[in-house]
Every structure is written in C-alpha cells, then in structure tokens.
Design a protein around this ligand. Sequence first.
Ligand code: PLP
Length: 327
Amino acid sequence: MLFSQIPRTSLLTEPTLLEKAAHFGDTIGHSSLWIKREDVMGLGMGGNKVRSLEFWLGEALEKSCDIVLAAGLPPSNLCRLTAAACCRLNLDCEIIHNAAPSNTNPRRGDSRFLYDLMGVRQIYCGPVDEQARKAFVEERAQELKEQGRNPYILGDPVVGALGYVAAAQELLFQAEQKHIDLRHVFISASAGPTEIGLLFGLRLMGGPDLHVHLVSVEYPAHTFWPIAQEIWQGLCQKLHVTPPLSLQYNTHFYEEYLGPGYAKHSPETWLALRLLARTEGIFLDTTYNAKVFAGLTDLCQKGRLPTDEAVVIFHTGGVPTLLMREE
Ligand SMILES: *Cc1c(COP(=O)(O)O)cnc(C)c1O
C-alpha cells in the first residue's frame, strides 16, 4: 500500500462528491463537466487543506507533539482548517497571522469570528512578509520548547502533498465507478502541495491520455516549476516510487488567468463566480477557484479545449472567505 509507512490521521470520513455540472456546461458549450466538491466536507466548512492536515497532524501525533503552530494571513483557509482539526483531535494550537493586531471584538464578517467560536488563540505578528513570519513562528516554537512543550510547525509541502496523492486515487476510482472517461483535470496552482500531489497521484495511477490543467493564481511559470520539481522529488523519496510519466507530460500551466495578482480579483473573476452561482447554485472563492473557472470558460470559448471530452474541475474550497469583509 502506498501510504502504509506514513503517519496519517483521519479527518475525511467519506470521498467528496463528484457532481456533473450540466447547466454550467451547457452555458459555456461543454457537454461533460464534473466538479470534485472539495468545498463540501464535514470539518470546518471544508477545503483542500483538510486532506493535507490528515498527514500533517498524523505526523504531529506520531511525534507526540502537544501544540500545533500554523501561520497565514487572517482569512487563510489553512489557518481556519488547522484550528478546526485541532479542535476535533483535542490538540492545542496557536494561529499566527502576519497582520496588524485588531482591537475590536470579533464580529460576523471578520476573519476572527470563527476562531472566537472555536476558542483558538490567534497571535498577530504585524504586517510582515512570509520570511519574517516564518522566523516569528520558529521563535515562538523555541519559546514553547523552553516552557516544556513539544510544538509542531505545520506546513511541510511534501507532507501536505500526500493528501492530494490520496485525492488522485479517490478521483480515479470514482470516475471509473461513474463510467467517466476522464480526459482533463483542472485545478488552481499556487504554493504547490495540492496540485503537485494531485499530479503525482494521477501520473502514478492514471492513464497517459489524461491532461492536467494548472491555472496559476500566484506565480509565473518560471517560479512555479522549480517549486513543483522539488515537491515531486520529495514525493518520490517519501513514497519510494517514481511515476512512469514525468511532471510536465501532458501538463498545461496557464499564467494568463492570474489577473492583477494573488488574491486580487478582476471582472473575469466575478463573472465566473456569478455564472456558477446562477447555473449551479455553487459558490466559489475569489482567490483560487473563480480564476480556475474563468480560465476553463475562456479555453472552451476559444476552442482550446475539446467540448466533448470529460473534464473534472477541483473546487478546492475557500468559500467562507467570500463572506468576510475585506480587512
Ligand atoms: C491553499 C488553497 C489552495 C492552494 O493550495 P496550494 O497547495 O497552496 O497550491 C487552493 N484553494 C484553496 C481554497 C486553498 O485554501
């Protein structure tokens, strides 16, 4: 078994839904669109990070860690889901935000509201960059060690990617059960763990005709590929297996849907979000998934994607951020 030597804790009890989006498909002129609903999960309003947390927190438990540290901007999905998972596993955690502290009471529509409900501690280290935030987290971990605690710093990209190797296995099995001749998979490309884990799993267990479409929401190609290569190598080592197909074989990377940049929306983002809401009653976040749906729509309309070959689009979650006031 692929994961038999690897620590993992169970946070997802069922496979996520694989739903046909017929009305959306008709509207953009595609006859076989399916959505992998990673936004619908039992824990903490769901999202891709839950799958990674199975392996991150599996490792934390194996190492007998008694406090988990996770860092991100205030609306971070990673932070929200880490807090939720720690509540479920009865693990202590601290969430560190690189933002100015907020003095007001948490209210609905603030990113702090859900942490307040969960009773999880948030620390604000000021509006610094990721490098400085990382240093702050390491200092905090050191401080905790001096107090006799055993902290786990969350976020190793290779460990996180394992969650999406597992998702690839789940998807291939589901497609077979539903008799879908899967030819295209779409997913956002950002820091790497999710999309490279998925790609690795699809290349390991799927057929050679499968095209994987990565829609960048953060980096240009020349920044993305070296990160991707490193995670891919890390997975080969961790799982003691090398996929028969290479990282770039039938993989398509799009920079042109990034718009004004990471987490910045554009008219196309909102068009895609409205279109999916109006045709399927499904909501998207503006940072990741609306850009993927905008890209898919554009490729269909330009005739760059065959309109009768089965497509699965990963909806990675993030919808709670849609309801947050911009801070
Ligand atoms: C973190 C996140 C992603 C991107 O995952 P990476 O592994 O960083 O590429 C995509 N969608 C949502 C909703 C996320 O929270």
